[in-house]
Structures are given as C-alpha cells and as structure tokens.
Design a binder for this molecule. Structure first.
Ligand SMILES: [Fe+2]
Ligand SMILES: [Fe+2]
Length: 162
C-alpha cells in the first residue's frame, strides 16, 4: 500500500519526462553491464525521490534531476561521440540535453545534473537534493556493477519499465 502511494507520487513527478522520446531513447544506450541508461536513470531517480521525501526535501527536484542526470544520449563506448574523459564530459552533455528537453528546468535540477559526478568531477552539489542524487547514483551504480540490480528487478520494489 505504502509502496503504491510512493510509486504513484513518483510517477506524477516524472510522467512527462518518462513519456518523452529523449528519455525513452536511453533504453538503447548501454550503461553498466546488463543495464541500459534508462533503467539506471529510473533506478537513481526513484531511490533519490524516496530519500528526499523521507528527509522532507524537494523530492520533485530529486526525482526529475535524477531521471535526467545521465541524459547524455550517446554510446559512451564510441570515443568519437565526446571530447576528453567521459566521466567529465557526460554531465555537460546531459545538462545540455535536459535544457533542450525541459524549458522549465530549475536551477536546483540543473545543479543536480551537472554535479552528480562530484567529487570525481569539480562541479559541486549546491543542495541536499543534489547530494542525495549523487549518493543514489553511486549506490545504484555499485548495485548494478555487482549484479544486485537484476535481483531487485525480479521483486516488485522498483517501478517497472513502461
Ligand atoms: Fe553519470
Ligand atoms: Fe548515473
């Protein structure tokens, strides 16, 4: 019951983004082993949403910024798609694409996206919501890399892909 209330609230925060072709196109982009960019972004977004809601923070910004944090929209294995190091290049590309997608992207959401690789990258989080998304990203990435995501996905804990 509580899960379905959280899930409904989460979907209401991000429905317009989930329906967009740009976000859906992340399904075609490989991210971590066996996990595409869309699944990773929904995972991060939902975990950040739950944490932000639990802490009475701006859960809408956490959910939306989390969903867009890796909206770089290219295959990172193709080095011709970006300049320099993917670790530093992809938050900039994600922010550029998020701005093009959302005319009403807030400064907090912009900072969530650009700072999500901190402390590896230099751009720092300016809000607790940005810190939460950064931590959720690292936690989710670790679960994906160690194969725990596939186990979780078999249980009804995460929003099922549309
Ligand atoms: Fe990222
Ligand atoms: Fe990520």
């Amino acid at each position: 019951m509580r899960y379905s209330i959280n899930l409904r609230c989460y979907v209401a925060c991000v429905q317009d983004l989930l329906d967009s072709p740009q976000v859906q196109s992340m399904r075609q982009i490989p991210h971590h082993p066996g996990v595409n960019c869309y699944d990773h972004s929904v995972f991060v977004s939902y975990v950040a949403f739950r944490l932000a809601r639990r802490c009475s923070l701006n859960y809408m910004a956490a959910a939306r910024g989390g969903l867009l944090h890796d909206l770089y929209l290219y295959n990172s294995h193709d080095r011709s798609q970006y300049e320099g190091n993917q670790c530093f290049a992809h938050p900039k590309a994600a922010l550029r694409n998020a701005r093009a997608l959302c005319a009403d992207l807030t400064p907090m959401e912009e900072n969530i996206i650009i700072s999500h690789m901190w402390p590896l990258a230099r751009r720092m989080p300016h809000s607790r919501e940005a810190v939460i998304v950064g931590l959720s990203d690292k936690l989710c990435a670790a679960m994906e890399v160690f194969g725990l995501y596939r186990y979780l996905k078999r249980k009804p804990h995460l929003p099922a892909p549309a």
